[in-house]
Design a protein. Structure first.
Length: 194
C-alpha cells in the first residue's frame, strides 16, 4: 500500500476513539441512575439496556477506526505498537459480540475480550515508546510511557475497588487521546513512513 494511502488510514485513530467516547458519554445520560463513576461502560451495551444499539455502534466504530489506524501505524512506526493497536480493535469487537447479561458463559467471554482489550490498549503507547525515541522523538517516548503507566494503573483499578467506572474511563480515555495524537502526527507528516 502506498504511503499516502496508509497515511489517511490514520484518521481512524481519531474517528474510532471519538465514536467510542461519544457513545458512552451520550449513553450514560440516557439511563436513569447510571453512574459514570460506579458503572462500567459495557453496562450501556448489556442485553436489555436501552442504549445497547448506541454503545454497540461505539464499539464497532472503535474497532473499524483503530483497525485502520493500526495499518497506518505499522507503516509509520516500526516495531510492535501496531500489533497491539490491531489486537485492541479485535478485542473491542469481541466485547461487542458478547454483551453482558446474556448468560454466565457470555459474561465470561465478554470479560476475557475486555481484559485483552485493556492490556493491548495500554501496551500500544508503551511499545511505541522505544521506536519514538530511536526516531528522534524523546519527549514523545517519555509521554508514551507515562500514558501507558497511567492507563495500566487505572485499568487495574477497575478490578481493585470502588469507582471502577471512573477508573475505566480514565484508563481508556488516556490511551484514546494517545491514539488521536499519534494519528495527527501521521496525518500532518510529522511521523514519516518507516
Amino acid at each position: 500500500m502506498a504511503p499516502i494511502q496508509t497515511r489517511w488510514l490514520a484518521v481512524g485513530g481519531i474517528a474510532g476513539p471519538a465514536a467510542f467516547i461519544g457513545a458512552w458519554a451520550v449513553g450514560a445520560t440516557r439511563i436513569p441512575g447510571y453512574s459514570m463513576v460506579d458503572d462500567a461502560i459495557s453496562r450501556l451495551a448489556a442485553v436489555h439496556a436501552p442504549t445497547r444499539a448506541l454503545m454497540t455502534g461505539g464499539f464497532v466504530g472503535f474497532t473499524v477506526g483503530v483497525g485502520a489506524f493500526s495499518v497506518a501505524l505499522r507503516h509509520h512506526l516500526p516495531g510492535r505498537a501496531w500489533m497491539a493497536a490491531a489486537t485492541t480493535a479485535a478485542a473491542t469487537l469481541g466485547v461487542a459480540a458478547f454483551p453482558l447479561d446474556h448468560s454466565s458463559t457470555v459474561d465470561t467471554l465478554h470479560g476475557a475480550w475486555a481484559t485483552l482489550g485493556y492490556v493491548s490498549l495500554a501496551a500500544t503507547p508503551l511499545l511505541a515508546a522505544g521506536q519514538l525515541r530511536a526516531g528522534g522523538f524523546p519527549r514523545a517516548a517519555v509521554a508514551s510511557r507515562g500514558v501507558a503507566a497511567f492507563s495500566a494503573a487505572c485499568l487495574a483499578g477497575t478490578v481493585a475497588g470502588p469507582a471502577h467506572g471512573l477508573f475505566q474511563r480514565l484508563g481508556l480515555s488516556a490511551t484514546d487521546v494517545w491514539l488521536a495524537v499519534a494519528a495527527c502526527a501521521i496525518l500532518t507528516g510529522r511521523l514519516k513512513p518507516a
